[in-house]
Design a binder for this molecule. Sequence first.
Ligand code: BTN
Length: 263
Amino acid sequence: MSEPPFSVIHLRDGTLGKLVRLYHEVTSTNDLARTLAANNAPEGTTVVSEKQTTGRGRNGRPWFSPPGGLWASIILRPTDDGNIPLVPIACGVAAAKAIIDVADVKIGLKWPNDLCVRQRKLGGILVERSYTESTTGALIVGIGINVRNKSSDLPPDLATTAISLRDLGKDVDPLHLLREILGEMEIRYEPVGSRKTSDLLDEWRKLSSTLGRKVVVKSNRGSYCGIAVDIDSTGALMIERSDNSIVAVSSTEALEAKTDGIL
Ligand code: BTN
């Protein structure tokens, strides 16, 4: 079992956030959540750390996680495998809605779920699947948001592409933001399980900063260039190429997604 938290709090009623384990420092909250999931921690168990020593982003990139940010991982136990690809979309929309409500900033979702403000990255979501022999598979939803940390304290390459709520003049308590995110997640997670997903996809479309723009998406299948025209019912990005053909690229196969004019 993992090291003990310095505190366990009840952040909200409902499944998500009933049990929140708080740490001062961890390697990655996703690592801890994975260990807890393997030890049968219930759905909704959440791990939060003030800092991470080896936080990770999508596609193996490091994720710098100094004190002041929101670094959290939530254990989900979806019963319907079919809609798992939509979980990252649901979490991205939930985080965007919560940030808009709490901090009153305009968020753009860069496909699949980068949280952007003024064309800079405020946060991101890393969903990992966890299988063990003793339990049914769990999903670990890792959420990283620059809240009270300053982007100027990040390494030089990130200092110009990242942004924090503090940089935007917003003083937000990371745990308060987490509570709101979990509430928004709970609303959107249930419909994903029962396959009622059209409202979620519409919400994503409205928040998207990718649709209508020129994109280049790299995947193991190759590199796709064109205009992002929509997402399909699985959350895959639909790209219209110069020959008018449409290709759909799923977020799980995308290694890199660049949007013209954004990051
Ligand atoms: C991305 O690349 O955009 C995803 C970033 C996800 C970072 C969060 S911070 C909490 C959790 N623990 C990690 O190691 N990563 C995620």
